[in-house]
Design a protein around this ligand. Structure first.
Ligand code: AMP
Length: 302
């Protein structure tokens, strides 16, 4: 099943208590694609500048990521810089230079228009909707990520896009802000009235919670000895989640639960090393092993 993602492909500067990198390939669509490509073919829609060379594109080499929708524009690639605090949960954004992203108008190649599974990574909700407008027919599943900037800045546009979305994947503070409810279950009910029928709340080291109709499912964050860099955890989670669902080809209560586990597992790999380093070395077998371990970790007899 084809899976389409639209979002940032970036250069990141990252500082954590464990080190720093000045310029490494990142971006929400990059983390998502790498994570999802372990499960299915990914159609990537995004833009890079003329400073994004073959050496940088090499992160996608040998993977099932179709770059026909990765536009090249004159100018610099989107640049993001962040610094994590000692607890690794809080981060300060030091720079967001949109560069070629400022003029980005996503254009789907003909071969991408029949994509059945769609992930709208965190970008302007108007652009997210313009991608949906270019998709032929009704996709099987549309999932969306967003952030406080759009919730505060363009709430009406975001609400229009949410009407066409089945799964919303955001963190707990965004959930509260969007719904104006502190309690997450009440927040979910408020969000269901906006369009999505499934809410996935990403809670960092506290794992993730899915509310789907009346049912709630929680997964822990996989316990790790070492976390070096949380960048991209949410996007890798989304890649594992959507990649698994697209490969399963069916959406029901159980496949959604398994998608939560695959999401958590991919997120856990992403944070073990800086930037994309761990995802680039990851083997499919390691994912399966960690999912099995996850099962052991979370079952009990009654
Ligand atoms: P996450 O840690 O899941 O929030 O994702 C971090 C990735 O998102 C980094 O690789 C950044 O390049 C990218 N990113 C950060 N801010 C933005 C933004 N405003 N729009 C699009 N992508 C962004």
């Amino acid at each position: 099943m084809s899976l389409l993602v639209v979002g940032s492909v970036a250069f990141d500067a990252i500082e954590t208590p464990f080190g720093r990198v000045e310029r490494t390939v990142g971006g929400a669509a990059t983390y998502f694609s790498l994570a999802a490509s372990f499960f299915t073919r990914v159609n990537l829609v995004g833009v890079v500048g003329d400073d994004f060379t073959a050496e940088h594109t090499a992160v996608f080499r040998g993977r099932s990521v179709d770059l026909a929708g990765l536009e090249r524009a004159e100018g610099k690639t989107f640049f993001w810089s962040g610094k994590y605090h000692d607890n690794l949960n809080d981060r300060t954004t030091l720079a967001t230079d949109l560069n070629v992203f400022a003029e980005f108008r996503p254009k789907l190649p003909e071969s991408f228009r029949k994509s059945q599974y769609i992930f709208l990574a965190n970008i302007d909700p108007t652009l997210q909707r313009s991608v949906l407008d270019q998709v032929a027919g009704k996709p099987k599943l549309v999932a969306l990520d967003t952030m406080n900037y759009w919730i505060e800045g363009t709430p009406d546009e975001l609400k229009k896009t949410l009407k066409q979305t089945q799964v919303l994947m955001i963190n707990d503070s965004e959930t509260r802000q969007l719904s104006d409810e502190h309690n997450l279950l009440r927040a979910a009910r408020a969000i269901f009235k906006m369009g999505p029928k499934t809410l996935v709340i990403k809670r960092g080291e506290h794992g993730a919670m899915m509310v789907h109709g009346d049912s709630v499912f929680c997964v822990p964050a996989y316990p790790l000895d070492e976390i070096h860099d949380p960048t991209g955890a949410g996007d890798s989670f989304a890649g594992g989640f959507m990649g698994y669902l697209a490969s399963a080809g069916k959406i029901n209560a159980n496949s959604l639960r398994l998608a939560m586990v695959y999401g958590s597992v991919l997120g856990s790999f992403a944070v073990e090393r800086f930037g994309l380093d761990r995802l680039l070395k990851l083997k499919r077998r390691e994912i399966t092993d960690r999912v099995r371990h996850f099962h052991k970790l979370t079952t009990f007899k009654l």
